[in-house]
Each structure stands twice: as C-alpha cells, then as structure tokens.
Design a protein around this ligand. Structure first.
Ligand code: HEC
Length: 390
C-alpha cells in the first residue's frame, strides 16, 4: 500500500521531565496550529484536558443509560414476578410493595451502571486484549511526560523540535508509524476469539470437573472418594452381614453397668410376675413429706384421670364416659397389695385394661406415687366426722 512521506513523517513526539513543561508545550503546540494527538503521563495532570481542548467525556451518558436499564430490569422483574407471575400476598401487604423492591433495584442499578460504563469505555476506545503494545517511549509509563502531535501544515519538524527543547523537552523525534513500517510479528496482532478460549481453558476444565464429580453420592464406590463422603449408615435394627449375631445392634458386654445406676427390672408383664414383684420388691423410698409431695404430683397428673383424685373413681373420665370402672384404689383389694405389686402394675399395667406407665414415668416416680396412694387409702378408711369433713 503506498504511503506518502508526509503522512508517516508528520507525527512526532516530545518528552519532558516535568508535568508543567508538558502543559506549556501542549498549549504552545495548539496555539501554533499543530494538532495534539494525545499526552502520556504517569499520573493525571490537572488542566491537561482543557489545554488539549478535550470535550467533556461522554461516559456519564453511558453510565446514566445503563443505570436506567438496571433500574428498569430490577423494578420490572420484581413487579412481574410478585404481582403478575406469582401473586402471593404476604402479611397483608400490597403485591407491588415498593419499599421491598428498593434494595434489589438499587443493587442492579449500581451494578449495570458500573459494568456498563467500563464496557462502554473499552468499546469507545477500541481497547481489546493484545499481546504486544507498541511503546511510544520507554518512559511513558514511568517518569516521562510525553506529547504526541501532528505537524501543522508547512511547518518543518526541526523548527518544532527547537521550540520543544526551549520549552524543556529532553528529546523529540518524528514518529514512524508502526503499522506501516515495522514488519508486524505474530505477537503484534490483537488477541482473537481463539486466544480468549485458550485463556479460559483452565476455568472450563474446573467447571467440567465439577460436573464430572457431581454424581450420585448415594451410590457406593462410584464417587471419587469411594463413598467416604456419604457413608450409608446402618440402622440399629438392620441385619448385618459382618456383625456378630447377624444384627447391627449388639448386646452390651457382660458386666456393663447402667448409666442411670438402676439395674434392669428382672420382671416380665403378667399377674404371676406382679405377685412375685409384690414378694420381692420393697419400696426403696421412705414416706417422707418430700416423697409424698412428688407422689401426689404424679398421682394427680397421671393416675387421677382414671382413678379419681381420691382413688375412689370419683371424677374418673372413663367412668364419666360410661366405660368400665377401674379398680378402686382405696378398696381393700389394692390396700392389701404389697408396694412391689402396685409398682409392677404402674410399670406393666393392670391385669386386664390398664396400660403400664414404665416408659412414661421414671422408676422413682412409680415408687413415690405408691406412697401417696397409701395416704389416700388411709384417708378413705378413716370414719367421716360428724361435720361431714374428713
Ligand atoms: C387410663 C386410665 C388409667 C390410668 C391413668 C391409671 N389406671 Fe390403674 N387401672 C385402670 C383400670 C381400667 C384398671 C382396672 C382394669 C385393670 O386392672 O387393667 C386399673 C387398675 C389398677 C390397679 C389394680 C390392678 C389389679 O391388679 O386389680 C392398680 C393398683 C392401679 N390401677 C394403679 C394405678 C396407678 C398407680 C396409676 C398411676 C400411675 C394408674 N393406675 C393409672 C385404669 C387406669
């Protein structure tokens, strides 16, 4: 492609050591009719945009546009989802509850504005990834203040160079347009889509491995850790192919002591066992006031429902409902029962209908309630005084 000498030799650069010198040079160049292309400084130089005659950035407009877009998406989606697609009234509030939408609307507005303005900047300035960026001057990103400009019509470069050095330029030279005169190497090309894909390869591999590992962990020996992450727990009553007795639950070793310190009851249910308990089990609790009080609580909460508060079936719910009547606790039958037998009944239940309370009441409570039943029996056996009050 034919390039005219004037085109490739009309651009030049000058570098300075101080920002003020650069500012002066830029003002001078513009006043002399040259076209300032750009300046390169290690930090923003105040007043440079005015000196260069730059128009205010158009980015705020892009920012506003993206902010409005974000706001519209946020409000629109929330209104659509909570008032149109799935109208569910919560706490009597209106479906379009603006205050509830504010956080999401704010976040999305800020997000789109921020990302959008950066993206617009890249697009407008034609910025895209490159492997090699032609260097204007080795100090352009370090400690030099550089101006690139185009010679005005009919001004020879040496004249400008002299002016520049009088303004403090450390050096100045004509620019040879890289694009036309240097043999472009592979690395000078802008990075293409292929490069982008190669750069993203590690992330693709990572995501792919997650998909690969995300298998059914309930299936043994298929997962990457051999199922250690999700062991299949055996339940207490499952049968087992490896444990003694073919069962998961194992009996405690011989000589094991109960943590509650009370040995297991060596009795089964049934009338014969109840009689044996009557012979073999004494009440371990003395009839003290404290034990009696506890027994009263247990009796009134549990036994009284069926046996009546006085043990005489008076107020019994099952009697009131017209069902059968429980044994009178104050009757001679129960009065003559030894404590151990009543304990057995409180634990395993009565001979016919009554259910046992062994799993609901503690062993102590089952003994103590008997102390209270005994007092009820004594009270019932007492003759009623003349006044009618016991
Ligand atoms: C749900 C109702 C109900 C409750 C609660 C209940 N019982 Fe009974 N109880 C009965 C009935 C019904 C009978 C008679 C039928 C039977 O013996 O199964 C009975 C019988 C008895 C007998 C006589 C058993 C015999 O051999 O004749 C005793 C003693 C006894 N209960 C004590 C208690 C004690 C102590 C409690 C409180 C821990 C209690 N019961 C709670 C319904 C109940």
């Amino acid at each position: 492609m034919p390039i005219t000498e004037s085109l490739c030799n009309s651009r030049f650069r000058a570098s300075f050591a101080e920002p003020d010198q650069l500012l002066n040079a830029v003002k001078h160049l513009r006043a002399a009719g040259h076209r300032v292309l750009d300046t390169y400084t290690p930090f923003p130089v105040h007043g440079m945009d005015e000196a260069m005659g730059l128009k205010p950035s158009r980015l705020p407009r892009a920012c506003l546009a993206f902010a409005v877009l974000g706001l519209a998406i946020a409000v629109g989606f929330q209104v659509w989802s909570s008032a149109i697609d799935y109208p569910l009234r919560t706490g009597g509030k209106p479906l379009v509850a603006i205050p509830a939408f504010i956080p999401v609307a704010f976040e999305l507005t800020v997000l789109l504005a921020g990302l959008g303005v950066v993206a617009s900047f890249f697009v407008v300035s034609h910025l895209r990834p490159r492997f090699h960026i032609p260097d204007l001057h080795p100090g352009s990103s370090d400690d030099r203040f550089i101006v690139a400009a185009e010679l005005g019509p009919d001004v020879p470069f040496p004249t400008v160079a002299k002016e520049m050095s009088s303004l403090g330029a450390t050096e100045s030279c004509l620019l040879v347009d890289d694009r036309f005169h240097r043999e472009s190497s592979f690395w000078d090309r802008p990075a293409g889509v292929g490069t982008l894909l190669v750069a993203c390869l590690p992330s693709f591999l990572l995501v792919g491995s997650v998909l690969l590992l995300n298998r059914d962990f309930q299936q043994r020996n298929l997962s990457w850790d051999g199922g250690m992450g999700a062991p299949i727990a055996a339940q207490a009553y499952d049968s087992s192919g490896v444990l003694k007795g073919g069962k998961v639950l194992q009996p405690p070793p011989p000589g094991t002591l109960s943590r509650s310190a009370s040995p297991a009851l060596a009795f089964l249910a049934g009338k014969a066992e109840a009689e044996r308990a009557g012979r073999e089990l004494p009440n371990p609790f003395q009839p003290t006031q404290a034990h009696f009080n506890r027994g009263k609580v247990v009796y009134e909460r549990v036994c009284a429902t069926c046996h009546g508060r006085e043990g005489d079936n008076n107020g019994s719910v099952i009697v009131a409902r017209g069902a059968f009547a429980p044994t009178l606790l104050v009757s001679p039958v129960v009065r003559d029962m030894p404590d151990g037998r009543i304990f057995h009944i409180a634990t395993f239940g009565g001979p016919t209908k009554m259910q046992g309370y062994g799993d609901l009441l503690s062993r102590e409570d089952r003994w103590k309630v008997i102390l209270y039943v005994r007092e009820l029996q004594k009270a019932a056996a007492r003759p009623i005084p003349a006044g009618g009050q016991p």
